[in-house]
Design a protein around this ligand. Structure first.
Ligand code: NAI
Length: 200
């Protein structure tokens, strides 16, 4: 969607799955397959209309009506996320912020008053928030997920370093510590060779 929007802005009216593949790193087969899953968007021999396809994908993602999410944890990460989102992201925005610390409740972060986490489920229901972002310590993450579930949230992005799941909710775990640790592989740590006789 981003590539298509860029192309449309740059005055490129039509594109192909091959060109999209080159710009996104997916294969053209994958792009055709994914799009076919949602309908017939291109014209054989012509390609895809960039702005029309971007709009269709925006609709598929539910972004054209704007998405508001519940942000739980108004600490370092939560505050940074809220401020970043307020300044840079316009289609997925913070709808309400929650924290358990009485010192933080009532403070204003990114133009929103921090709410007590005890109100999380009720507020999600009242505000119709279907997406949650967890930015609390690992030990508190599971109970926050349960409250988001009770509030009717269907999709959650979890930043706490603990793997959460709660079907049928869609939970995406984003463990930055793990990412940083695994990236050290590319610094030379991989030069450790398997001992002879041990299959690689
Ligand atoms: P922090 O300690 O600054 O903030 C955590 C906030 O969560 C505090 O305001 C605390 O009062 C609140 N909290 C604790 N229990 C709660 C509960 N049950 N309900 C609602 N709020 C609750 O910590 P920080 O740095 O913001 O990190 C938050 C999470 O994100 C941690 O799990 C951390 O490992 C993870 N993380 C942090 C990164 C960072 O750069 N700060 C990067 C990646 C992950």
């Amino acid at each position: 969607m981003r590539e298509l929007e860029d192309m449309s802005r740059d005055g490129i009216p039509v594109t192909s799955s091959a060109e999209l593949a080159g710009r996104t790193g997916f294969t053209s087969e994958q792009i055709r397959k994914d799009l076919a899953y949602f309908g017939a968007f291109g014209t054989r021999g012509v390609g895809y209309d960039t702005s029309a396809l971007a709009l269709q994908i925006r609709r598929i993602l539910g972004l054209e009506r704007g998405v508001k999410y519940a942000l739980v944890g108004a600490g370092n990460l939560g505050t940074a996320l809220a401020r970043y989102a307020q300044a840079r992201i316009h289609d997925v925005v913070v709808g309400a912020i929650f924290d358990s610390d009485p010192q933080k409740v009532g403070q204003v972060v990114a133009e929103l008053v921090v709410q007590p986490v005890d109100d999380l489920a009720a507020s999600c229901r009242r505000l119709g928030l279907k997406v949650g972002v967890i930015a609390v310590p690992a030990e508190a993450a599971r109970s926050v997920l349960e409250a988001l579930d009770a509030g009717g949230c269907q999709a959650v992005l979890n930043f706490a370093p603990v793997k959460l799941s709660r079907p049928p909710m869609h939970v995406q775990n984003l463990d930055l510590t793990l990412e940083l640790e695994s990236i050290t592989y590319y610094t030379g740590a991989r030069l450790v060779r398997p001992r002879s006789g041990v299959e690689a």
